[in-house]
Design a protein around this ligand. Sequence first.
Ligand SMILES: Cc1ncc(COP(=O)(O)O)c(C=O)c1O
Length: 408
Amino acid sequence: MIPFSPPYINENVIKEVVDSLKSGWITTGPKVKELEYEIAQFVGLPNVLCVNSWTSGAIMMLRWLGLEKGDEVIIPSYTYCATALAVIHAGGTPIMVDVNDDFNIDVKSIEKAITSKTKAVLSVDFAGFPCDYSEIQELVASEKIIKLFKPTSQIQKKLGRILFISDAAHSLGANYKNKGIGHSCDISIFSLHAVKNITTAEGGAIVINMPKPFDNENLYGNLRSMTLNCQTKDAFSKSQGGNWKYDITGLGMKINMADINAAIGLAQIKEYPTLLERRKSIFKKYSSEFKKFNWSIEPPTSTNEKESSYHLYPLRIKNINEEQRDEIISLISAQQIAVNVHFIPLPLLTYFKDLGYSIKEHPKAYNNYKAEISLPIYPQLTDESVDLVIKTTIDCCEQVLNTVSKTV
Ligand SMILES: Cc1ncc(COP(=O)(O)O)c(C=O)c1O
């Protein structure tokens, strides 16, 4: 069986976790600090805050922004449910817009969707391929859009425009204009969930890059306290004898990352350049083989400005419908290879359908979805397994496509 996305666990990971267990301190402490430092080094920005998931981090950041009922946050319809649910949990309304052929949010559609109630744009780097950061940045900072902006919280007034926040759940390790993710927007959040390139089993990391007059170091401190119920001292400081007194200064959340989780990611991120290289070589190998077939649409990988983190390999098959795609998946799965679909567009899911979102307004998202199959891609995948995935995928696609052409 070739699994879809097993975590990368080697002796170094085990050693780091055992070190945490033996240290006598397993919740938020030195390992979390070290992981924050390593992620900061990786992206090239100093203020990184670890939390217990992407989802909780996004809810906290949108609460910090001060969303009120009726406030709108623009998101792509082609994403995981958490992107929209975070907005709803923070008290706002997700405004879904369609995507491009590269799977990422369409900037012209963002512009059309902006109203005086828009408080944030929450883009997604699908599969680890960066969205059009500069275009979105220019849009939210343009005179016309700033004129429309109606701030209703202290933070919104201080910012003076729509917040640009990136759902970078997939894109730790990607590059945009030769820099890591986080430089071309205000806030970026990585997911460190078990299937991600770097994992802490469950976890997230917030990159803070607010413009002046925000003080990002100070903001890191405030947000860190917000992840710990707005308690003035964390448990680690309180454990250092005689330091027991604390205060609660606001309505926080309890979403801090534990050291025992951070240990996993800490060991992995130290090896990330090598792990990323292996992902890239698998990605390139897949693309070089699939491009020989006229039914294949290989996923975007790099342009002059962008380079993927190679988190997923979302292959698309030309001119097939959902049923045929599902049939190909059944055939591949029968050969003991686990594949997946990223993503079911949000308007197709019951909860969002019941809220009134309609797939008819998202034709590109639907077209991407109906033709998409995500293939296994991770550093432990051997060359033999990669060859087997390629051969099996080609055989299964041809089998279904030949049946179609014979019945037409
Ligand atoms: C695009 C996207 N956003 C957000 C999330 C949520 O991440 P987490 O599970 O860390 O909350 C995921 C998780 O897979 C995702 O794919």
